[in-house]
Structure formats: C-alpha cells, structure tokens
Design a protein around this ligand. Structure first.
Ligand SMILES: Cc1cc2nc3c(=O)[nH]c(=O)nc-3n(C[C@H](O)[C@H](O)[C@H](O)COP(=O)(O)O)c2cc1C
Length: 446
C-alpha cells in the first residue's frame, strides 16, 4: 500500500515530445545532494525532510521505497531539494480541473451529430492541436473545416500531419455514429484541395442517415482507453511478433502496414528516430514551434487544453520555483533543455518495436484515409496492451530533416511511396488522458 501511495505521489504526466527530466543526476551535481545516489540506480532509500519553499510549505516524511528512475522527483536550487505530492494536499488543487472533461462528456449529447463529434474530438492529432471545426448550420450535416489557426507551419509545412489527424477524427466520428445506428456519407474536400496546404475550403461534408444495418465497430469500446504513451518502455519485455499481425489486421482504408520487432531493425530505427528528434530540437524554428505550445502547470493546461502539457506535482513544483519555463526550455545551456532532450531520447531508445504506414500517393484524400487506418492501429495497440507513441520527426518535410527523411523512406518504403506514420511500440506505464478543448468551442457559426 505504501508503494502505491508513493507511486501515485510521484507520478507525473509528461506529454508531447518533451517528456520529463532524466538528467536529474547530472543537474544535481553542483546542487542538492539528497537524491544523487537514487538517481543513479533504480532503487533507492529516499529520505525526505521538511523544507520550506517560497511558495509553499511541504511536509515530507521519511520512508523507504522502490524508486524508479522515471519517478525521481527533484528540485535543485541553492541546495534545496523538494518533493511534493498529492498526499500533502499539494497536487490535489493543482491538477487540471476542466481540461479532461471532454473525455467524460463523450457520448452525452442529445443531438446525434454532437454526440458523434463528442467522441471524434478524442482522436489523436499532432501536438494535440485539435485542428477541427464543425459547422452544423445545415440540418443532418456536419461540414468539417480545418482551423487555420491550429496548423504547425514549421514541423508540418504542408499540413500533411494535420490532415492525418483530421482523418483520425473522421474515422472516430464514423465509429461513434455507427454506435447510434447511423451511417455517415462523407464527401472529402467537396470544393477541392491544395497540396500546398489546407485552406478555408471544407475538409469534408458528412451526411447522417439512419441505417439499421450499419455495422458497429468492435474497436469503439476501447476509445476511452486509447492513449499516446510518451513514457519509456520496458526494455526487458519484448513484443511478441504475432501482435504485429493483430495491428495489421485492422488496417482497411488503403495504407500498407509495416512493422518490426526484430532487434537489429529496431536498433536501427531507434537510432534514426533519435537523430531526427535531435535535429528537430536543435533546429531553432522547429523547436520554437514546440516550446510555444508548452502548457506548463494546471492553470495553463486548463486555459489552453491542447499542445504539449506538463502537469503533475513535479512540473508544478518546477514551475513554481522557476526551474522550468519556456525560457529555460529554450536555453541549450539550461538543465531543463538538456534534461528534456535526454527524456525524449529515453523514449526513442526504449522502442521495443516499430510500426508504420506507407501509401502509394500523398493526396489529401490518401492522408485522410491514412488517419483512419492510424486511429485503428492505435486502438488495436490499446487492445493488446501495447504502448504506442508516434515518432513523426523523420517524416517531417522541413529542409533540415532531409537526410532522416531520405533514410526512413529508403528503409520503410523501398519501392517508393510516402511513409505517412511511424510509431514505436512496447510496454510502458499507464498514462493519463490528454487535454481537450470542449466540444462547444469547436463548433462554427453559433
Ligand atoms: C499525425 C500525428 C503525428 C503525431 N506525431 C507525434 C510525435 O511525433 N510524437 C509524439 O509524441 N506524439 C505524436 N502524435 C501523438 C499526439 O501527440 C497525440 O495524439 C496528442 O498529444 C493527443 O494525445 P492522445 O493521443 O493521448 O489523446 C502524433 C499524432 C498524430 C495523429
């Protein structure tokens, strides 16, 4: 019981490509000494003492426990080390209050279109931008638009990834409608589209019609449990090759599924995805795009429930004491920057397998279809208990990424085509829900 208590206490949720602070030990070299030993090993005797900080008074106890490296909590500054947790009444009032409500409200609307939309907005999407806007002004119709204010111009210059996210959204919309015995007829890009980028023209016009013969999708039941898992995976737990077939089996909209758990191939892809991440972080304009989307602490996450969220006791504490903010994250000499880089490498380096989708062409319609398949693969991974994290950096189309982009295509699409998605798989810790904007905020013309 004590172990659970402690585990909850130290749990922190890290979202987006920058996940947590693994460089703790290094950062502590010149500062507080308390956890140095523990940071270097997976088990440690944690001695907690009472410290007073500027912001809060945190009562700490002495206890012995198993302490995983990921769950180290620390704060270094003038030699002070502070641990904070919900049991001390600290985190309870400092977790997002509204950002996760859309997960609870899914399916709880009386209008069938709203009901389906309330599920669809739980779809995975790049940097959690949630770039969907629904126009309901026509009876029985949803006209879906891309929110042009929610693009990622630096890492996704042609809106390819954003379009895939919209494809995930549309597939979830279809599944949710089917649960209600509704068939949806979807016309993609009814006014045309541009390869250069999404514009003000609609992405889709969706007509709802009652259809008693509509087939319900067994994957739908797992939608509330689907996650992108941005934690390191267990390197002692291999992924059974047969699971790749289970993921491949759900693909049905035209993408070619690929996957490997072969240690040599996984090793090579670990290196490739790590290098691509390094380039994204070390390229100022692409890194800035991510940092601009950092939501640090519960206030920021509730105010803007999107982007890359950093909540939980660790990040609240770091924020309060000025150890982690956007400036620190941008400063390559700051430990927040170095620790962030180490943390994302800890993810690429613990991949126990990889899966990907390749398409012959790269039209907007194909990108939408890829999203449909990707959502299904993500949910199928949930069904098997596998952790699943897209690693899109090597697929990005900005000039600095040209070499990893070439390599990933040479390796995964030797016959030609576009590698649309790439994910690592493995067994990781359970992770929480990511924030969402309320459905009402995603409706146009009201
Ligand atoms: C097209 C696409 C690209 C993505 N690329 C990444 C990525 O490179 N790294 C990552 O950690 N997550 C990536 N994701 C996952 C999103 O960050 C995630 O879906 C979003 O934060 C919402 O979280 P959730 O999936 O847990 O609901 C991607 C998702 C999509 C659909």
């Amino acid at each position: 019981m004590q172990a659970d208590f402690v585990s909850g206490l130290f749990d922190c949720k890290h979202r987006g490509w920058m996940c947590s602070f693994l460089g703790v030990a290094e950062a502590m070299q010149g500062g507080g000494q308390l956890f140095r030993g523990a940071a270097r090993q997976s088990e440690g005797l944690l001695h907690l003492v009472r410290y007073r900080t500027i912001q809060c008074d945190i009562v700490l106890k002495e206890m012995t426990m198993n302490l995983t490296r990921r769950k180290m909590i620390f704060l270094v500054g003038g030699g002070a080390v502070v641990a904070a947790g919900s049991a001390f009444g600290y985190a309870a009032t400092r977790t997002p209050q509204t950002a996760h409500l859309p997960w609870d409200l899914a399916g709880k609307y009386s209008d069938p279109r709203m009901r389906a939309l309330s599920w669809a907005l739980l779809a995975p999407n790049p940097h959690n931008r949630q770039p969907w806007l629904a126009d309901l002004s026509e009876d029985g119709i949803i006209t879906l638009h891309a929110d042009r204010d929610r693009m990622l111009p630096h890492t996704d210059p042609f809106n390819r990834q954003i379009t895939i996210g919209l494809g995930c959204f549309l597939e979830l919309l279809r599944m949710a409608a089917a649960e209600d015995g509704l068939h949806i007829e979807t016309a993609l890009f009814p006014q045309g589209s541009s390869a250069a980028g999404l514009d003000q023209r609609p992405v889709a016009r969706i007509a709802f019609a009652s259809d008693p013969a509509v087939v319900r999708d067994p994957l739908f039941a797992l939608v509330p449990d689907r996650r992108s898992n941005k934690e390191p995976f267990d390197v002692d737990r291999p992924v059974a090759p047969a699971l790749l077939s289970e993921l491949a089996a759900v693909v049905r909209s035209g993408a070619q599924f690929g996957g490997t758990v072969d240690p040599t191939e996984v090793h090579d892809l670990r290196l490739l995805t790590r290098e691509a991440l390094r380039i994204e972080v070390e390229t100022p304009h692409t890194y800035q795009e991510s940092v601009d989307l950092f939501r640090i602490g519960h206030h920021e996450v509730d105010a803007n429930p999107d982007g890359i969220d950093f909540t939980g006791p660790l990040f609240e504490t770091l924020r309060l004491t000025g150890q982690f903010n956007r400036e620190a994250a941008l400063d390559p000499t700051n430990f927040a920057y170095k620790s962030g880089l180490d943390a994302v490498f800890a993810n690429t380096d613990t991949a126990m397998g990889h899966v990907w989708l390749v398409t012959n062409d790269n039209s907007r319609e194909t990108q939408i279809a890829t999203g449909a398949d990707w959502l299904r693969v993500n949910i199928a991974a949930t069904a098997t208990g596998l952790g699943f994290q897209p690693l899109s950096q090597a697929l990005q189309e900005f000039p600095e990424m040209a070499e990893p982009f070439r390599q990933v295509h040479e390796r995964l699409a030797p016959e030609g085509g576009t590698v649309q998605m790439l994910s690592r798989i493995g067994y990781g810790p359970q992770v929480g829900k990511s924030p969402r904007w309320p459905l009402e905020s995603r409706i146009m013309n009201v």
